[in-house]
Design a protein around this ligand. Structure first.
Ligand SMILES: [Ca+2]
Length: 205
C-alpha cells in the first residue's frame, strides 16, 4: 500500500514538475517573444526621420563684378556693390545691356535664392526709366566684356516686364545655380543700377 502511495506521489511530482517545466518553457519563449517585440518597437521608434537640411541662406559677396561697358570711365560695376544708394554702375547704351557678378571664383557654385536690386535715383525719373524689362539669371559661363549677351545665355531666375521699381526683389527657383549672376535689361539703353544684393548659399559638388 505504502509502495503504491509513494508511486502515486512520485508520478504526481513527476507530472507536476513536467507540467511546470513546460509552462516555464512557454513563459520563457513568451518572454523572449515579448522582448523581441519590444526591441523591434524600440528600433522603429528610434529610427530618426530622414531630414533634408538646406544650408543657411546668407548674403553672397561677389568676388568681382563687370559689365558690357563702362560709361565715362567712372560707372564701374563695383559701385553697385558698395552699399551706397548714391553711387551707381553705368554702361554705355547697348541693346540688352548686362552686368555680371562673379559669386565665388573658379571652384565655387551658388544657388541664388533672391536678388534685391536698387534702381538709380540720382538722375531722377529719366534714369529710373532706363531700367526696362529686367531679367536676372545664373550661369557657369563667364560673359565677355564688350560683347552682347544672348537672352538664352543663362538660366533665367525671373523676368519682370515694364519699368523696374525703385527696389526690385527677384527670386530664383531651386534648380537654378551657377557661378555668375547676370542682370540684364531687355531694351536698348544705358544700364545704371545703384545697388545689388544677392542672397543664397554655396553648393558643394
Ligand atoms: Ca552703390
Amino acid at each position: 500500500m505504502l509502495a503504491l502511495l509513494l508511486a502515486c506521489v512520485a508520478i504526481a511530482l513527476t507530472f507536476t514538475n513536467k507540467s511546470d517545466g513546460t509552462n516555464e518553457d512557454y513563459e520563457r519563449k513568451f518572454d523572449d517573444l515579448e522582448k523581441k517585440v519590444d526591441d523591434h518597437e524600440k528600433r522603429i521608434n528610434n529610427v530618426e526621420p530622414e531630414v533634408i537640411t538646406r544650408p543657411e541662406v546668407e548674403e553672397i559677396k561677389p568676388v568681382d563684378a563687370f559689365q558690357i561697358s563702362i560709361y565715362g570711365g567712372y560707372g564701374f560695376a563695383e559701385k553697385a556693390l558698395d552699399g551706397d544708394d548714391n553711387t551707381y554702375m553705368l554702361t554705355k547704351s547697348h541693346q540688352n545691356p548686362w552686368m555680371a557678378l562673379n559669386l565665388g571664383g573658379f571652384y565655387r557654385s551658388y544657388h541664388v535664392t533672391r536678388v534685391v536690386i536698387t534702381n538709380i535715383k540720382l538722375i531722377g525719373a529719366n534714369g529710373s526709366a532706363r531700367s526696362q524689362n529686367l531679367r536676372v539669371g545664373v550661369t557657369n559661363t563667364r560673359p565677355t566684356v564688350g560683347q552682347a549677351l544672348a537672352l538664352d545665355a543663362y538660366d533665367l531666375c525671373e523676368e519682370k516686364a515694364g519699368q523696374m521699381a525703385d527696389v526690385e526683389t527677384v527670386y530664383c527657383p531651386d534648380e537654378v545655380s551657377g557661378r555668375y549672376l547676370i542682370i540684364q535689361f531687355q531694351t536698348t539703353n544705358y544700364m545704371n543700377l545703384a545697388e545689388v544684393k544677392i542672397y543664397g548659399y554655396e553648393i558643394y559638388e
